[in-house]
Design a protein around this ligand. Structure first.
Ligand code: ADP
Ligand code: ADP
Length: 239
């Protein structure tokens, strides 16, 4: 079977004060369908830049991205619009990424509205289904982000990402901003959703603990470069 997602020699350089900053320099990685690949490394090593490139939120300086056999960087027009449904992102800070002036119903339905997937009664039914899926109550739909705890806000962000039935989700430090007591709940939710919906994840984190638990394989980055790719079992085995 062809790999679900292939990253080949990915580079992303920025020009900062007339210097070239190699945020990502030559990262390669294959992801199979249904797999979770963890991406770890210290802050600023290029993890988000890789994740964003993989869903075309930034334009790489070099390298190739192949999604289900198709050159992702050549996608334009309708194909690119369709890609925006196939891939999604869950953000680190659910508060910053949720519009404070939007009711939960409209936040969750954002993708449905953008892609014209459901209106009126169907839209409401789909929102209720999504809230249920992430463990929120029906009446939460009329409330606003500030009325929720960090964990609940992350559930709203997850429901928003799932609304368009994506295949691949970049989870960019989805638990780093949460209380330790809540982190396992969100990781377990993401894991069960993956099994239920056949999702594939890139799971970004700056520390190994939860990533070892959710990931099938883990890529470690250091200053824009790959330093290790190991199975989670191998990492568990280390003292
Ligand atoms: P991480 O996710 O591992 O914390 P990032 O991918 O966010 O790392 O950033 C990698 C490096 O690229 C950092 O030095 C960061 O400051 C820099 N960087 C990221 N985005 C930009 C940008 N738009 N312009 C300039 N530098 C950037
Ligand atoms: P994250 O929460 O993923 O670490 P950052 O705060 O690093 O996000 O980056 C947020 C946004 O700012 C991103 O779009 C990133 O590309 C941009 N950015 C990050 N570092 C820089 C930088 N040094 N110069 C300009 N833009 C940057």
């Amino acid at each position: 079977a062809q790999p679900f997602m292939q990253v080949k020699g990915l580079k992303k350089y920025y020009n900062v004060q007339n210097q070239t900053l190699k945020a990502v320099d030559n990262i390669s990685l294959d992801i199979s369908e249904g797999e979770t690949v963890g991406l770890v490394g210290e802050s600023g090593c290029g993890k988000s830049t890789v994740g964003r490139a993989m869903i075309r939120l930034n334009e790489p300086t070099g390298g190739e991205l192949v999604f289900k056999g198709e050159d992702m960087l050549k996608m334009r027009g309708n194909r690119l619009k369709q890609l925006r449904r196939e891939v999604q992102m869950i953000f680190q800070d659910p508060y910053a990424s949720l519009n404070p002036r939007m009711a939960v119903e409209d936040i969750v339905a954002e993708g449905l509205d953008i892609h014209h997937l459901a209106k009126g009664k169907k839209r409401k039914e789909r929102v209720l289904e999504l809230l249920d899926l992430v463990g929120l109550d029906e009446e939460h739909r009329n409330r606003y982000p500030h009325e929720f705890s960090g964990g609940q806000r992350q559930r709203i962000g997850i429901a928003r990402a799932l609304a368009v039935n994506p295949k691949f989700i970049v989870c960019d430090e989805p638990i780093s901003a949460l209380d330790v007591s809540i982190q396992a709940q969100i990781v377990n939710l993401l894991k069960s959703l993956q099994q239920r919906m056949g999702l594939t994840y890139l799971f970004i984190a700056h520390d190994l603990s939860m990533v070892k638990y959710i990931s099938d394989r883990i890529l470690v980055m250091y200053l824009g470069n790959r330093i290790e790719l190991a199975s989670s079992e191998a990492l568990h085995a280390k003292p």
